[in-house]
Design a protein around this ligand. Structure first.
Ligand SMILES: Nc1nc2c(c(=O)[nH]1)N[C@H]1C(S)=C(S)[C@@H](COP(=O)(O)OP(=O)(O)OC[C@H]3O[C@@H](n4cnc5c(=O)[nH]c(N)nc54)[C@H](O)[C@@H]3O)O[C@H]1N2
Ligand SMILES: Nc1nc2c(c(=O)[nH]1)N[C@H]1C(S)=C(S)[C@@H](COP(=O)(O)OP(=O)(O)OC[C@H]3O[C@@H](n4cnc5c(=O)[nH]c(N)nc54)[C@H](O)[C@@H]3O)O[C@H]1N2
Ligand SMILES: [Mo]
Length: 776
């Protein structure tokens, strides 16, 4: 046996040790000893880190070498030519200088959305923004794909956009809740992940404790598996996108019986009276009662009544998942969650009130020491003020000079000539990919850094090979975690890969601001500097983390709980005058004058049921009778590690599995294992059928994250072969308030697809290794 050593690194899905031989061969993966429930996902990156899909050196799209931007329509359907680092960086500098010279910094889109990888220093979108900021600025994005609608509405409702903190933790549930009503559940698969890095996975233990305590859970979701089996939740299969109607039905039962908490509403809320007129149907003649709700949501009126009565009788927590607001009018169910909880009057009490996104990630369910400072790389200023709500990037690219209503104002679209994208997969996170591909082909230049040959690199003009976490040193210190973890370099950079930071350092140097970019620090210099900055603040707050050298030596540090953290909205409940909310009334706003002043029919001034453009109760369901839900994957993080061992094992026939219920499959003559085409007017994708129970009728489900793989990239629209749902999703904003993406509002039809084409998602692109200019 050759001698081996174990080196600790970390990821969004956990901390782990990689066992390597002296020659650097990876022989094993070991969970973090402190982690009570490590996830199997940690096998994936070591499996992919030396995959043949790693990009071994810089490449340039052939058309770009010959004709620059004139060849942009060939992006994604062209050959690549290998070039040296020097040439690649010169091409980038030339492109940047030309575009900035002719069109100014407003022509550069640097919003670059994406989860990238864990670690506070080598966070690729941050190192990009620091670079572009020093270069004179860039058009940035605003909001996110995760909870964009919630983030837009909650400042009006409770004066806060900090969605990840709007959670009543497990400890409070186990101690005090009698009933937890979960809209969209709290899928355990999602608790594997933390933005910035999970350190400990504590949810499984808490689930055991809640089950042992006998807390009752109700899962209102199209999918039974959205709540851990151990919690023995009652499942109420709801039609997708109708949660607001369900909540209104529950609210109506309360008012009808005089069970709403009038004292709470008067003391802590603003505008209940106007909302009540709507609820009772005093102006439109439609009371939003249980029968009304039942006809929309597909759950019986009796059930709705029983549940409402149970909710008043016991300490009840209402949780609403982020998925529910990733839909048209996604602001409404979030707002209505707060209103329904206000009507129960338990907001701010232990185990009561409401939570947004409970368990969507690993850390938001667990109480932790507050205000832990994080080592931070300063982004610097961005002199360009133009921005785009992140879901509307295709509009920005397609309509230079266009306008967009947003959050009470109007945005003017600049004319984007260049995209610089690192750490995200636009062919994963954007909707309506057939349209998006056209948008992506508008600018003159697209630069991408990626570790792998995946869709973003295949659709670049210039692609630079990036290192992964295993090839560099970093610090894990995520917002919802109480640990700092040393992420140590496990192996040398694979092939010709370089750290994103080092690439931007060299580009900065060539552009004349290298010293400002690096401030004279290298990787370890920055880690030490960033750590010391956080250390100083931590000490001021009464914490005592070790010196950088001790920390690096020890490998991790856990912040102690100095004081019990405040329960969500408990201070406000205790004293609503001293702790008034930062809303105009200082209270929870059930009616918002400010939203009223915008006059948006797609985001009215109090919560309301508004039919989405596509849903099972609408006219389009005649042509496309199935609602497609594209949830987060259990075996990977978005599109990351789609080519890794876990995700490959979960594929069927080389494609992503799509889940259908027995009745929907039988009606279409579809059998388990069949290849099907899932389609609507926007496009279609192929996937392999798995037949399940536990899905509401008329609901089809597929996880996101299959690498986009069009049958003919030169043609748009093209059939997608691998199971990427975003070729059928709708690219519209949730409302004019948030302009958030709405992946979960989409109807489709499904049909058997015999003789499907071969999947090519995990093939290398077409690479021309002959010198440019040679005869062909
Ligand atoms: N249909 C549908 N679509 C959705 C959603 C949905 O529910 N349904 N959910 C949405 C949500 S909530 C989100 S958050 C988005 C997620 O969308 P993204 O965050 O864009 O998805 P990822 O696959 O995490 O993309 C990260 C990319 O960064 C690369 N990368 C990782 N580390 C590094 C690095 O160090 N350097 C560089 N240069 N690159 C690196 C990875 O290889 C990968 O390609 O998707 C959205 N899209
Ligand atoms: N393993 C893993 N975990 C992850 C991620 C990942 O990629 N992999 N991504 C992380 C990210 S970026 C995010 S934002 C969070 C997202 O967290 P969520 O948005 O909560 O996660 P999803 O899996 O998209 O959706 C959860 C469930 O909501 C249900 N649902 C969908 N639409 C509706 C609806 O209209 N009504 C009701 N009642 N239910 C509905 C679906 O059945 C779905 O299974 O997850 C995080 N966790
Ligand atoms: Mo997300």
């Amino acid at each position: 046996m050759p001698s081996t050593k174990i080196i600790q690194t970390a990821s969004h899905w956990g901390v782990y040790g990689v066992e390597i031989t002296e020659a650097g061969d990876i022989v094993g993966v070991h969970p973090f000893s402190e982690d009570p429930s490590p996830t199997p996902l940690m096998r994936s990156l070591p499996d992919m880190v030396r995959s043949p899909l790693r990009i071994d050196q810089p490449y340039v799209r052939k058309g770009y070498l010959r004709k620059r931007g004139q060849s942009r329509s060939e992006r994604g359907a062209d050959q690549f030519v290998p070039v040296g680092w020097d040439e690649a960086l010169s091409l980038i500098v030339d492109g940047l200088e030309q575009i900035k010279g002719e069109h100014g910094n407003e022509a550069i889109y640097g919003g670059s959305y994406g989860w990238a990888s864990a670690g506070r220093f080598h966070h690729s979108p941050s190192v990009l923004k620091r670079f572009l900021g020093l270069y004179g600025g860039y058009v940035d994005k605003r909001g996110n794909h995760s909870f964009g609608a919630a983030m837009a509405i909650m400042p009006y409702v409770i004066g806060d956009a900090g969605i990840t903190d709007m959670v009543v933790p497990w400890s409070s549930i186990v101690e005090s809740s009698g009933l937890v009503v979960m809209f969209g559940g709290a899928a355990t698969k999602n608790m594997q992940i933390e933005a910035g890095g999970a350190a400990l996975h504590e949810n499984p233990d808490w689930i055991d404790r809640a089950a042992a305590k006998g807390v009752r859970f109700v899962n209102i979701s199209p999918t039974r598996s959205d709540v851990a089996q151990k919690l023995a939740a009652e499942w109420l299969p709801i039609r997708p996108n109708t949660d607001t109607a369900m909540m209104l039905g529950l609210a109506h039962v309360l008012v009808e019986r005089g069970l709403h908490n009038r004292e709470f509403l008067a003391k802590y809320c603003e505008g209940y009276a106007v909302f009540e007129r709507y609820l009772l149907g005093q102006d439109d003649g439609t009371p939003k009662n249980a029968e009304w709700a039942a006809s929309i949501v597909g759950i019986s009126a009796q059930k709705i009544e029983d549940l409402a009565l149970e909710m008043v009788r016991t300490r009840t927590l209402i949780t609403t998942s982020w998925s529910i607001q990733r839909a048209q009018h996604g602001e409404q169910p979030i707002w209505m969650t707060a209103v329904l909880a206000a009507m129960l009057g338990q907001i701010g009490l232990p185990g009561g009130g409401f939570s947004i996104g409970f368990g969507a990630v690993s850390g938001n369910t667990v109480s932790r020491p507050d205000r832990i400072p994080r080592p931070t790389l300063p982004l610097g200023a961005n002199p360009v003020k133009a921005f785009i709500p992140v879901g509307r990037v295709a509009d920005l690219l397609l309509n230079p000079g266009g306008k967009l209503e947003y959050n009470g104002g109007v945005i003017d679209f600049p004319d984007i000539r260049m995209i610089y994208s690192v750490g995200g997969n636009p062919f994963h996170h954007n909707m309506n990919l057939n349209r998006f591909v056209q948008a992506w082909r508008r600018p003159e230049m697209v630069v991408v850094h990626e570790p792998w040959w995946n869709p973003p690199s295949k659709y670049a003009d210039i692609v630079l090979p990036a290192t992964t976490t295993m090839e560099r040193n970093d610090i894990l210190a995520a917002d919802l975690q109480r640990h700092y973890v040393a992420m140590r370099k496990v192996i040398d950079p694979v092939g010709g890969a370089r750290n994103d930071f080092d690439v931007f350092a060299e580009l900065s140097d060539r552009l004349g601001f290298g010293a400002a970019y690096t401030e004279g620090r290298d990787e370890m210099g920055w880690l030490r500097h960033m750590y010391n900055g956080a250390l100083e603040k931590a000490v001021e707050l009464g914490y005592g983390p070790p010196s950088f050298d001790e920390f690096w030596e020890m490998g991790h540090y856990e912040f102690p709980m100095l004081r019990e953290p405040n329960l969500f909205l408990a201070d406000f409940r205790r004293d609503p005058v001293a702790n008034r909310l930062p809303t105009p009334s200082g209270k929870i706003e059930i009616f918002s004058e400010r939203i009223a002043s915008y006059g948006y029919d797609d985001c009215p001034p109090h919560p309301r049921w508004i039919e989405p453009v596509e849903w099972l109760g609408g006219p389009l369901a005649k042509r496309f009778p199935l609602h497609l839900l594209s949830n987060q994957p259990s075996v990977r993080l978005h599109s990351q590690m789609n080519a890794g061992v876990l995700s490959r094992e979960a594929e069927r026939g080389g494609r992503e599995p799509v889940f259908l219920s027995v009745s929907d499959a039988t009606r279409r003559g579809i059998n388990e294992g069949d290849c099907v085409r899932v389609f609507n007017e926007r496009g279609g994708f192929l996937a392999t059928v798995v037949i399940v129970s536990g899905l509401a009728p008329g609901v089809v489900q597929i996880a996101t994250g299959a690498w986009y793989d069009p049958e003919d990239p030169a043609v748009t629209p093209s059939l997608e072969k691998h199971g990427n749902p975003n070729v059928v999703t709708l690219d519209l904003g949730s409302s004019r308030l948030s302009q958030a993406p709405m992946a979960q509002t989409v109807l489709v039809e499904v049909e058997r697809y015999d003789r499907p084409p071969q999947v090519s998602a995990f093939n290398l692109p077409d690479i021309d290794r002959r010198p440019v200019g040679s005869t062909h």
